[in-house]
Design a protein around this ligand. Structure first.
Ligand code: ADP
Length: 155
């Protein structure tokens, strides 16, 4: 017996497990993608949140279920409206990096009241700027799956 309280052992596990170990494949669309096509993609890919990227998979924005729902009620032509107009845009995107702990990532989901976070790799760009290359997706489903695996004695 390690002498640690069970709660402390779980806490250490959650700090040790990284996003890289539990992340999902991201679903991405370009900024020119119409709201109509984004809805279709959301159903086909079975996700609630999609990431909007430019060439090279670089993060531009996030588009959620409610962003799409809201704009289908607005009376605009969803076959013409691009997601770039309605998405939540950089620099207002909450993200994680592959080596972020699952505890920190789940804390960000709760703190910012969002369902999913893009997993990004920081890429040096021109003029001292940093681009975010989308390499994964971390959602509340990932947290639930990890919860089940921890309950089964995994990790
Ligand atoms: P839903 O719209 O299905 O309730 P969310 O609660 O995740 O999904 O999204 C709420 C709002 O927050 C939406 O406008 C969405 O664009 C935005 N959003 C979602 N994920 C993020 C994120 N990682 N960073 C910043 N904003 C986000």
């Amino acid at each position: 017996y390690s002498g640690k309280k069970p709660g402390q052992e779980l806490a250490e596990k959650l700090h040790r497990i990284t996003i890289n170990e539990v992340k999902s494949v991201p679903v991405v669309v370009p900024e020119q993608c119409t709201v109509y096509d984004a809805v279709v993609t959301m159903f086909i890919e079975d996700v609630g949140t999609m990431f909007v990227v430019r060439e090279g998979g670089l993060l531009e924005g996030v588009i959620s279920r409610k962003d799409l729902l809201k704009n289908t009620l607005g009376g605009q032509d969803i076959h013409k409206l691009p997601v770039g107009v309605i998405m939540t845009r950089m620099p207002n995107i909450i993200y994680v990096e592959p080596d972020t702990s699952v505890w920190e990532a789940a804390r960000r989901l709760i703190a910012h009241e969002v369902d999913a976070l893009p997993v990004v790799r920081l890429v040096k760009a021109k003029e001292g700027q940093t681009d975010l290359e989308v390499v994964g997706r971390f959602s509340k489903t990932n947290v639930t799956r990890l919860f089940v695996e921890l309950g089964e004695g995994g990790y």
